[in-house]
Design a protein around this ligand. Sequence first.
Ligand code: SAH
Length: 240
Amino acid sequence: MRLARGCLLLAALAGAGAGAADPAAQRAAMVRIVAEDVRASADYLGTDRLDPRVLDALGRVPRHAFVPPAERDQAYENRPLPIGWGQTISQPYIVAVMTHLLALEPGDRVFELGTGSGYQAAILAELGAEVFTMEIIEPLGERAAATLQEQDYAAVSVRVGDGYDGWPGRAPFDAIIVTAAGDHVPPPLVQQLRPGGRLVMPVGSRFLTQQLTLVEKGEDGGLSSRALLPVQFVPLTGGH
Ligand code: SAH
């Protein structure tokens, strides 16, 4: 979810113009809006365009299948939507930006903290990644697993639990994505990132705004970190 609100009007117009009955056309309109938002935020991102494979993935994943029935008519608007239990499916723009920052190659192993609806995991799988995603709210994790199975995303494994500790049995990971906000990057996740790997997470106050942060682990194990963009995510919960 991005703080800039200017995109909402554009998103609403695009949704209205795309024709309610044609998800593919709605997705194409959504992808155009996301690309426009990327251009508008180029100063933050350091680029005015995302990896085209990421936008193609956004154009393929049926976001409407990942949102509750009551939200389906808004599934292709460029904004977060409620998915129950006080949680949200992230704005497509932010899903695209975070995915781009991971710089995935087919076959990469990715850990996601915060399955939510399963949509972000599906996008990662569309890029050829093997995805291990963890959700702390049991009914959400179960619903996401069912949706991912219905949509044939066999490369995604969902587990219910506290993702702060990562998924040691499947580590090391080429990339890690945290889709809930915390005031620090969980050390177990840094440990489970392979040398040369990338981690992206909203870091900052859990209840105000955060900075979308990219952590890179060098081949020598050294860490470098960059804050890119102000964002607002739901907080990381659990025992930490
Ligand atoms: N990536 C999701 C959106 C995530 S919203 C999507 O594509 O829909 C953030 C999710 O993180 C919520 O579902 C929340 O329950 C979950 N979460 C918060 N703290 C967690 C933790 N410690 N471990 C695992 N999941 C957590």
